[in-house]
Design a protein around this ligand. Structure first.
Ligand code: NCD
Length: 314
């Protein structure tokens, strides 16, 4: 599996997706035991560069790296020279000169992480770029679905809410499509991407119709920081039409699972009681799988980079 970077699901084939998920599954089980720490990444320097706020993604990349024995550094981008006018590429080149093995990057601009990967000579993981991709989120969602449904194909999956501004939606649509699931996108027309027809998914503007008989209900946060105007009439109206409550959920299959990448706006996208109901919601499991998926992705990238260096020295 000759992956050098993990920049997007669009660059992965189903076999590579399964390889990452199989290793992540192993780590998910190991993380539940007392022997969750190892030396797989001993001697590796991992730098987390987050140019946008993050709670669970940054924490789980840090825990994943430490659990595998890497030296992990969190750059505070608020305090970095970016504030003094340095460009993203200059910052990356400065860090590159310190010989890190892995950069984990989140950035508000779509495409910024791909650009950065071309400029450095270490592995790069995209931890979310603008509205473009968030590959480790889609992989952790896939692992959560696979563990809970026993398979990752031929499922009816609804992705609901602010599809237009969501990199989580984009990466999930690509991944779940590649694994041959039936996708439905549900939300107001104002929150659907303009290139929606290219996704090969069914589009619904009504939750009851869209949720009928689905196996998986994936809710999304309203990405107000990426909106430059009024995309919804009001939060109250939005909750009424698109917020997941017991009434709307009753149209899904009785054993449907409810997902949300977090951070969650209770009472806007989702009823708090549904989010907390462990018989329905796998939201905490998504967080748990996040650590396992990131461990797997980092192990694979570091293995490949060691292999490449070895071949170059021979
Ligand atoms: C998502 C993100 O940052 O794209 N969050 C996450 O990584 N768990 C979704 C969001 O911010 O709504």
């Amino acid at each position: 599996m000759q992956l050098q970077h993990l920049l997007g699901i669009e660059y992965l084939n189903p076999q590579q997706i399964n390889t990452i998920l199989d290793l992540a599954d192993h780590y998910a089980n190991k993380n539940r035991t007392d022997s969750r720490n190892s030396n797989v990444l001993l001697g590796c320097t991992q730098i987390n560069m987050f140019f946008e706020n993050s709670t669970r993604t940054q924490a789980s990349f840090e825990i994943a790296g430490k659990r595998l024995g890497a030296d992990v550094m969190n750059m505070s981008m608020e305090a970095s020279s970016i504030k003094k006018g340095e460009t993203l590429v200059d910052t990356a080149l400065t860090l590159n000169a310190m010989h890190p093995d892995l950069l984990v990057v989140r950035h508000p601009h779509s495409g910024a992480v791909d650009l950065l990967a071309q400029k450095v000579n270490c592995a790069v993981i995209n931890a979310g770029d603008g509205r473009h991709e968030h590959p480790t989120q889609a992989l952790l969602d896939a692992l959560t679905i696979r563990r809970s449904k026993g398979r990752l194909h031929r499922l009816n999956i609804a992705i609901c809410g602010d599809i237009a501004h969501s990199r989580v939606a984009r990466s999930n649509i690509i991944l779940l499509g590649k694994m041959e699931n039936r996708l439905r996108l549900i939300g107001p027309a104002t929150l659907m991407p303009t290139d929606i027809n290219e996704f090969g998914a069914e589009v619904y503007h009504d939750m009851q119709e869209g949720l009928k008989d689905v196996d998986v209900v994936m809710m999304l946060r309203l990405q107000s920081e990426r909106m430059d105007g009024g995309f919804i009439p009001s939060e109250r109206e939005y909750y009424h039409r698109y917020g997941l409550d017991a009434g709307k959920l009753s149209f899904a299959k009785p054993d449907a699972i409810v997902m949300h990448p977090g951070p969650m706006n209770r009472g806007i996208e989702i009823d708090g009681e549904i989010a907390d109901d462990l018989n329905l919601s796998v939201i905490q499991e998504q967080v748990e799988m996040g650590v396992a998926v990131r461990m797997a992705a980092m192990e694979i990238l570091m293995h490949n980079s060691r292999q490449n260096k070895k071949e170059m020295n021979e």
